[in-house]
Design a protein around this ligand. Structure first.
Ligand code: AMP
Length: 606
């Protein structure tokens, strides 16, 4: 059985872990680093991923792509609020899908995430010493269907079969609860770079049941950084003018300063910021923890509101929670652990590194799927209700949020015109009453309905949410028993054809890489041939007729030209031709060698 990698594909950082008989093990590089910054940079030297890419951010802000998770599976219209965090251009791609414009190309978030996944995969393969083809990838519990599909597609583009999409908090609970005896109810509080999740789970006899989940896909450390950026920016504007605009490189530098100050304030009472303002001198500023907390409080309060609503969803009160597991870099902020501790009236659990707990849980889930971990069962829930648009633009819910997955619902449709052979259905996800306030997952067209009088067909459509939280649809016309074709047009995702094309493109790249490799080898070989011909001309050049010499010079000239070109087959042919044209010289050299050998032997024999 091949190994299944557990991957935490984060907004800020990504990392992997794998299951061993002794438990989950986090993949680290030679210096012990587990985190791969989720950053992709496009530079003159090509595409770089991870820490090297992040180092580019200030010099090359428009071509350094970070926080791409914020764009996954979304339309440009949905990401409005996120754009202020991003220094690079985001444009509307096909169907309005949010894409990144970089190096003159529109790149989908799926391809960018695939680049991060490829890096994580390559590092893991190097660390484990085996090829990896399968993975479990985690997503925020609050990711809707399009975001989950986008994540799965990113995996496929990276050459990974995504065996399961698991909610991050559920993964954290798996890592925490592994091997713990007894029943308990736990809350997983996950505050990362871009998202906040809270999940309430019951662990009982090896069964992990998610009771409720809540959160916000637009709340995280970036918002806290933004608070500090605004503080710094307003002081710079006080100095340099109210309407001053900051170029991308300055915004990126301020982001770095702000994040560094925020992290410092987790362990120190104050953080000093110094920014070079060119002709206007320097901005030197000490930010105190109180000052930061005053600005951060409203965000932390939002997380507590979500905790309250998750508890309500689970039908529990805060005092029924036995343990609060902390996940995500921002749970190191003292204000966060204080507020969470006060709300649940217990000291939060922080024994497992909050950066690594999700990847470890993904590895546990991978172990369950691979059959290594037999005594654990995960019952996850769907985070948002699923429904369809009904007449008048209302949202008709078919599957309620917090239903345990996999789950399914069926609905019967009919036609309104005589002889109608297709029906359009608009699938929605969300909690609001009106279709326009919910997320459009896509439009489904049921085709191939046998022509009948209006209202006569009875088309039963089944919506199945699989264990990944991903929607699958099937349909059947009940009177005729015919399967109706379901064509899905994802609202802001890739069609399976597009994913296939991207997978192919990565193969094409692999082929391009191979071609490059072969060219290098052939050029080296051609260099050796040319040197050998030069040597032979010097030694035995006189044996050639003028015609032979002219033919050889021409072949050598052609070989030199083909060495400059990029066609390995042409280069190979030119090498053969040059070798053949130089044959009289080679022949003569061989004769001489033979003669010497023979003479030598004769001398020996004497
Ligand atoms: P994650 O998405 O879980 O990787 O969390 C990343 C977020 O945690 C980023 O916003 C980081 O700036 C933040 N972070 C990491 N370490 C700390 C720390 N020691 N104190 C405060 N925030 C941190």
């Amino acid at each position: 059985m091949s190994l299944i990698l557990g991957i935490d594909l984060g907004t800020t950082n990504s990392l992997a872990a794998y299951m061993t008989p002794a438990g989950p093990v986090v993949v680290r590089d030679a210096s012990g680093n587990a985190l791969v910054p989720s950053v992709v940079a496009f530079g003159e030297g090509g595409v770089t991923v991870g820490a090297a890419a992040r180092a580019h951010a200030v010099e090359n802000p428009l071509a350094t792509i970070y926080s791409v998770k914020r764009l996954m599976g979304k339309g440009l219209a949905d990401v409005g609020g996120d754009l202020k965090y991003l220094a690079y251009p985001v444009v509307a791609g096909r169907g309005g899908m949010a894409c990144v414009k970089v190096a003159g190309r529109e790149i989908t978030p799926q391809e960018l995430s695939a680049a991060v996944l490829r890096e994580v995969k390559a590092r893991s393969e190097a660390a484990i010493g085996a090829e990896i083809r399968q993975a479990v990838i985690t997503v925020p519990a609050y990711f809707d269907d399009s975001q989950r599909q986008a994540t799965r597609d990113a995996g496929r583009i990276a050459g990974l079969e995504v065996r399961r999409i698991v909610n991050e908090p559920t993964a954290a609970a798996l890592a925490y609860g592994l091997g713990r005896k007894g029943d308990s109810t736990i809350a997983v509080y996950d505050l990362g770079g871009g998202t906040f999740d809270i999940s309430i789970l019951r662990i009982s006899g090896g069964v992990f049941q998610v009771l409720a989940t809540d959160g916000d896909t637009h709340l995280g450390g970036d918002d806290l950084d933004m608070e500090l950026i605004e503080l710094i920016a307003s002081e710079i504007r006080d100095r340099l003018g109210r309407d001053m605009a900051f170029p991308p490189a300055t915004r990126q530098a301020m982001r770095n300063f702000a994040e560094a100050a925020k992290i410092r304030l987790s362990s120190q009472d104050q953080a000093r910021i110094e920014i070079d303002l060119g002709a206007a001198g320097r901005l030197e500023r000490t930010i105190t923890r109180e000052e930061f907390e005053a600005r951060a409080a409203k965000w932390v309060d939002h997380t507590i509101e979500h905790c309250r609503s998750a508890l309500a969803g689970a039908g529990l009160t805060a005092d029924r929670i036995d343990q609060v597991v902390m996940v995500g870099g921002c749970t190191r902020i003292p204000l966060v652990s204080r507020r969470v501790g006060e709300f649940f009236a217990r000291v939060p659990y922080t024994a497992i590194n909050p950066d690594e707990v999700v990847a470890m849980g993904a590895a546990v889930q991978a172990g369950i799927l691979a059959g290594v971990q037999r005594d654990t069962l995960l019952l996850d829930v769907i985070p948002l209700s699923l429904g369809i648009e009904t007449l008048g633009g209302a949202m008709g819910k078919l599957i309620m949020r917090n239903s345990t997955v996999p789950c399914q619902a069926s609905e019967t449709f009919t036609t309104y015109a005589a002889g109608q052979t297709s029906v359009d259905i608009h699938v929605l996800q969300g909690e609001r009453e009106l279709a326009r306030d919910c997320r459009s997952l896509g439009r489904f067209q049921l085709r191939g309905i046998p022509p009948m009088p209006a209202g006569a067909p009875r088309i039963s459509v089944t919506f199945l949410i699989d264990a990944n939280g991903i929607l699958n649809v099937s349909a059947r016309e009940l009177r005729s028993g015919r399967e109706a074709g379901v064509q899905i047009t994802p609202a802001h995702g890739l069609t399976s054809g597009e994913v296939d094309a991207m997978v192919k493109e990565s193969y094409t790249h692999a082929i391009a890489d191979l071609t490059e490799h072969r060219l290098i080898d052939l050029r080296n070989e051609a260099g050796r041939i040319l040197a050998a011909i030069d040597k032979a001309v010097a030694e035995v050049g006189a044996v050639m007729s003028p015609a032979q010499r002219a033919a050889m010079d021409e072949a050598v000239g052609d070989l030199k030209a083909k060495m400059e070109g990029g066609d390995p087959d042409a280069l190979y042919a030119a090498m053969k031709a040059a070798n053949e044209a130089a044959m009289p010289l080679t022949q003569m050299q061989m004769d001489q060698v033979l003669q010497k050998t023979v003479m030598g032997r004769k001398i020996d024999e004497v």
